[in-house]
Structure formats: structure tokens, C-alpha cells
Design a protein around this ligand. Structure first.
Ligand SMILES: [Zn+2]
Length: 167
């Protein structure tokens, strides 16, 4: 989308894809796809900078592993259109916040929740999004809900996140 060109997040995505050795091509919905990204960071099935969706795999592989992932990443492109480069520090804060309460960078992250936890491969289809704060309830700050915990202290809170989530 034009906004992400003007706010320079799409050019930043092109640069990151290029530096990481990814091959760029046009994708659906105005997205650019970068395949074969080599660095190990960030740890995600795919990540988006501006309108550029980048993966270490190919998108055919990725779509087999987590169907709908491009729809998820398109939501992130819309978030870049709204916040510009400010999205990056905001996302970092949101991931830290999520880690604090859920011990997971995405499950409590409002950007990921709005992009979709299932389409982002963070939650199994049909699983309930987590609502509890495991360590807070363990410390007695938040009263435990009457339903028994499904995951236990080290288990996934309120659902089963897939191991290879997309950012
Ligand atoms: Zn995401």
C-alpha cells in the first residue's frame, strides 16, 4: 500500500530482505514476498516489515504449514500503515508485555491478537485464546478461575500454541 511506501517501512523491508539474502517478488494484496531469508533472527515462520513479508522458507511451504499466514501478515502491513516505523518499538514493547504475562511474545501481544493467533500459527485451530496470567495467579495477585488449568505452570496458557509461529 502507498502509505507504507511513504512512511519508508516498505523500503526498510526491501533492505532487510536484500541484506538477509531473500529473493523478492510481488505477492497477493499488494504484499511483497521475500523467500530464503538466511539470518536466524527474528525467530518466526515469517515476519513483516512494511508490505514485505519475509521467510526463511518458501511461501508455498509456509502456507502448507500454517494456512492463512499471508492474511495474518497482511494485517501487520495494515498496522505499519497506521504506526509507520513506530510500529517496530511498539511491537517490541507489546512482545515484552506479552512475555511478562504469558511467557510468550505473541499470545498476549495486542498486535498479534488482532492479526489473528490461529492464522499466525500461535494457537491451534479451535483453541481458546489465553485469558489468564499464569505467574500472577500463582502469586495470588489474580484469583484463579474456577475452571481447572489445562496447561499447568509450565504448560501453554489456555491453549496449545504451535511451535513455529509466524511473527
Ligand atoms: Zn504476527
Amino acid at each position: 500500500m502507498l502509505l507504507n511506501l511513504l512512511n519508508l517501512t516498505t523500503p526498510l523491508g526491501w533492505a532487510i530482505a536484500r541484506v538477509g539474502g531473500a529473493r523478492l517478488r510481488r505477492g497477493p494484496a499488494g504484499l511483497w514476498l521475500g523467500e530464503g531469508y538466511r539470518p536466524r533472527f527474528p525467530v518466526a515462520g515469517a515476519f513483516t516489515v512494511g508490505d514485505v513479508v519475509i521467510t526463511a522458507r518458501t511461501f508455498a511451504e509456509l502456507d502448507r504449514l500454517s494456512p492463512g499466514v499471508l492474511g495474518h501478515e497482511a494485517r501487520h502491513a495494515e498496522q505499519y500503515a497506521r504506526f509507520g516505523v513506530g510500529f517496530l518499538p511498539l511491537y517490541g514493547l507489546a512482545a515484552g508485555w506479552s512475555w511478562l504475562w504469558y511467557r510468550h511474545p505473541a499470545l498476549g501481544n495486542p498486535f498479534e491478537r488482532r492479526a489473528g493467533l490461529v492464522s499466525g500459527a500461535y494457537l491451534a485451530p479451535g483453541a481458546e485464546p489465553p485469558t489468564r496470567l499464569p505467574w500472577a495467579s500463582a502469586l495470588g495477585i489474580v484469583r484463579r478461575s474456577p475452571t481447572p488449568a489445562t496447561g499447568g505452570p509450565s504448560g501453554p496458557p489456555g491453549g496449545a500454541p504451535a511451535a513455529d509461529g509466524a511473527a
